[in-house]
Ligand binder design. Structure first.
Ligand SMILES: [Zn+2]
Length: 267
């Protein structure tokens, strides 16, 4: 599951995506017509709207949503979603009177992301390859007529992305962050149950409280195939490390502790 190393976090979505069917050679910018990052991410995971993108940007935050191996549902065109890295950008003000601007920090985040994608996929940073949504229609007759991406100055964005690319330091030796590294679903053989493990917590999947969390899990389960299967002992070790120095008194913690005692007693 590939996401840019400039992503500040991953909010995987395994539902609203499809096979690319071709290689990436464009970058397409949308504006979200919404200033709330939470709203835009919720829209992409709720299933109520069939819309997604590879990334969502707001100010300094670059959130990975649809892994780059897949196309998002962003342009109503499998061909153009397939050949493009797509990004939704939260506006800094909304309403037609505002001109639908984005913040200076969002310009910087977009420029960084464009520079990184162009370097990795080997396409040039210019106004033919970095397009606003409306230009996919006006130049290529694909997608649909739209005002998107609002007031984003694409010429300026391309200049900034070129600067970011030329000033970029060599890629660090550390691997790019992936969904599997930040969170994964583990099937524990002895308990025959699925658990979500992130760097900071472990939860039994059936205990997740709300529908949007379940959507997210369904996405991660799809993305982290083949599912990781661990014997309880190893799973217990991971849980203990995460909770080192703390006493996890949640229902999950109590259940894991009880299972450990049960298994130890039966040996
Ligand atoms: Zn758009």
């Amino acid at each position: 599951m590939t996401f840019s190393s400039v992503a500040t976090r991953i909010s995987g979505n395994g539902n609203q995506l499809g096979p690319r069917g071709r290689s990436v050679d464009h970058f397409v910018v949308h504006h979200a017509a919404d200033s709330s990052l939470a709203n835009v991410l919720a829209m992409m995971s709720s299933g109520s709207r069939e819309v997604s993108a590879n990334y969502v940007v707001k100010d300094g935050q670059i959130v990975g949503v649809v892994p780059e191996e897949h196309r998002g549902w962003s342009l109503s065109s499998p061909e153009w979603d397939g050949r493009s890295i797509t990004v939704e950008t939260c506006n800094s003000a909304t309403g037609d009177a505002s001109g639908w601007p984005i913040s200076e920090q969002s310009y910087e985040s977009l420029a960084k992301l464009i520079a990184d994608c162009a370097t990795r996929y080997g396409f040039p940073i210019n106004r033919d390859r970095v397009l606003g949504h409306r230009e996919v229609f006006s130049r290529h007759g694909a997608s649909y007529a739209t005002a998107c991406p609002g007031g984003i100055d694409l010429d300026r964005l391309v200049r900034m992305a070129k600067e970011a690319q030329s000033g970029a330091r060599p890629a660090p030796a550390t691997p790019e962050p992936t969904v599997e590294e930040s969170m994964y679903v583990v099937f524990v053989a002895e308990t025959k149950s699925n658990w979500l493990i992130t760097p900071t917590f472990v939860r039994k999947i059936v205990d997740l409280p709300d529908a949007s969390a379940k959507d997210t899990i369904a996405g991660i389960e799809k993305l982290s195939k083949p599912k990781i299967v661990l014997p309880f002992g190893e799973f217990y070790g991971i849980w203990s490390n995460i909770n080192a120095g703390t006493k996890d008194d949640s229902a999950t913690g109590r259940e894991i502790r009880a299972l450990a005692e049960q298994i130890a007693a039966s040996r």
